[in-house]
Design a protein around this ligand. Structure first.
Ligand code: SME
Length: 137
């Protein structure tokens, strides 16, 4: 991703790249901690627009990762009680936190229209992506 662009443009390019090249990545976006509030704010994304531009810490898969600081892989969203549905086509989700100086400052969130598509390889790849993202923030 070219560096003569703003951070948001580069993150948007990254979302588009991931969505385009991985067949089961159907929505790819970033959420970031919203200032000093206990909530996430939607950043750049590729895929259908979502109403969930603000997510309180603890709510949904994303809000839980904001609190747990752990990867969250959801093979089947219908099995989750604390889940925020963005689209009825979504069957699975993966959320990986982004750490800057050891602090959880946001996350990459990927929805899939395929059930149980995410492997350990996705987790490791997306951890790498999040480290690269942390380095440009
Ligand atoms: N499903 C997420 C909400 C964000 S949308 O997937 C874009 C959640 O439960 O936190």
């Amino acid at each position: 991703i070219a560096s003569n662009k703003t951070v948001d443009q580069r993150l948007l390019d990254l979302c588009t790249l991931l969505k385009t090249h991985v067949s089961y990545y159907d929505w790819v976006g970033f959420y970031f901690k919203n200032g000093n509030k206990n909530e996430l704010k939607l950043g750049p994304y590729a895929g259908a627009p979502t109403d969930h531009t603000i997510i309180p810490f603890g709510k949904g898969i994303c809000g839980q990762v904001a609190v747990s600081n752990q990867n969250f892989v959801v093979p089947d969203v219908t099995a989750q009680d604390n889940y925020i549905a963005c689209s009825i086509t979504v069957k699975a989700e993966i959320v990986i936190p982004i750490f800057v100086d050891g602090e959880n400052i946001g996350q990459i969130d990927i929805d899939s229209n395929t059930k149980d598509p995410f492997t350990k390889a996705d987790e490791h790849f997306l951890e790498f992506v999040c480290q690269e993202v942390a380095a440009i923030l």
